[in-house]
Design a protein around this ligand. Structure first.
Ligand code: TYD
Length: 206
C-alpha cells in the first residue's frame, strides 16, 4: 500500500532526524520506503539546492519561487510518483507546505496563486500525512546555525520576523488541513516525538 508522508517545520526543528528514523523503522517492518527531500534530491536539480542555499546568491523572490517549483515538478515526476505507483511508502523532508509557508507567508507571494502553481507543478500530488514539528524560533535557529556554523544558509540568515511568519504559516495550514497535517511538539525529546510519529503512521497503515 503506497503512502506519501511529508515532514515540515522551521529551520532546526528536527524533522530530518524524524524522517530518517521513520524510514529506517518502516524498512525494518518490511516496507519498501523511499526517503527523499526538497529541494534538490534529483540528479537534474541538485544545483538548485546549492543556488538556493548560497547566501551569495542574489535571487529575486519570484526567481526563488520558480526554482522551488521547478525542483518540485522534476522531483514529483521522476522520483515521488514512480515510487508511489510501485506501492512504496514515500517519506519526504519538506514539500508543498514549505512553499506556502516560506514563499507565501515568509516572502508575501499571493497564497491563491501559489496554491494553483503548486498544484500544477506537483500534478496535484498531495501528501496523505504531514508531520509538522512545531519548534520555537529561538531554539530552531540556534540549532540550525550551530549545525552549519556562522549565520547559516540564505534562509537561516533571515531575520527572526521572517521565521515567525513561517511558523504562523504552518499553523494556518494546520488549521486548514487538520486531518492531513499533524502538529508535533518540537520541545519534546527525539524519542517522545518518534513514538508519536510511529503511532500516526501506524494508524494510516492499518
Ligand atoms: P535545507 O538545507 O534542506 O534546510 P532544512 O534542513 O531546514 O530543510 O534547505 C531548504 C531551505 O529551503 C529551507 O530553509 C526551507 C526552504 N524552502 C522554501 O523556502 N520553499 C520550499 O518550497 C522548500 C521545499 C524549501
Amino acid at each position: 500500500m503506497s503512502l506519501f508522508i511529508t515532514f515540515e517545520g522551521i529551520e532546526g526543528c528536527g524533522k530530518s532526524t524524524q524522517a530518517a528514523l521513520l524510514a529506517e523503522h518502516l524498512r525494518n517492518e518490511g516496507h519498501c520506503v523511499l526517503l527523499t527531500h526538497e529541494p534538490g534530491d534529483t540528479p537534474a536539480t541538485a544545483w538548485i539546492r546549492t543556488l538556493l542555499a548560497d547566501p551569495a546568491s542574489d535571487l529575486d523572490d519570484r526567481a526563488e519561487l520558480l526554482l522551488f517549483l521547478a525542483d518540485r515538478a522534476q522531483h514529483v515526476t521522476t522520483i515521488i510518483r514512480p515510487a508511489l505507483e510501485r506501492g512504496e511508502i514515500v517519506v519526504c523532508d519538506r514539500y508543498s507546505d514549505s512553499t506556502i509557508a516560506y514563499q507565501g507567508f515568509g516572502r508575501g507571494h499571493d497564497l491563491k496563486m501559489l496554491e494553483s502553481l503548486d498544484r500544477w507543478a506537483s500534478q496535484a500530488t498531495v501528501p496523505d500525512l504531514t508531520m509538522w514539528i512545531d519548534t520555537d524560533i529561538e531554539t530552531g535557529l540556534a540549532r540550525a546555525r550551530r549545525r552549519r556554523g556562522g549565520d547559516g544558509d540564505r534562509f537561516e540568515a533571515q531575520p527572526e520576523a521572517f521565521h515567525k511568519r513561517i511558523r504562523n504559516g504552518f499553523a494556518a495550514l494546520q488549521s486548514r488541513f487538520p486531518e492531513r497535517i499533524q502538529r508535533l511538539d518540537g520541545g519534546a525529546s527525539v524519542e517522545e516525538t518518534f513514538t508519536r510519529v510511529k503511532d500516526l503512521v501506524q494508524s494510516r497503515l492499518s
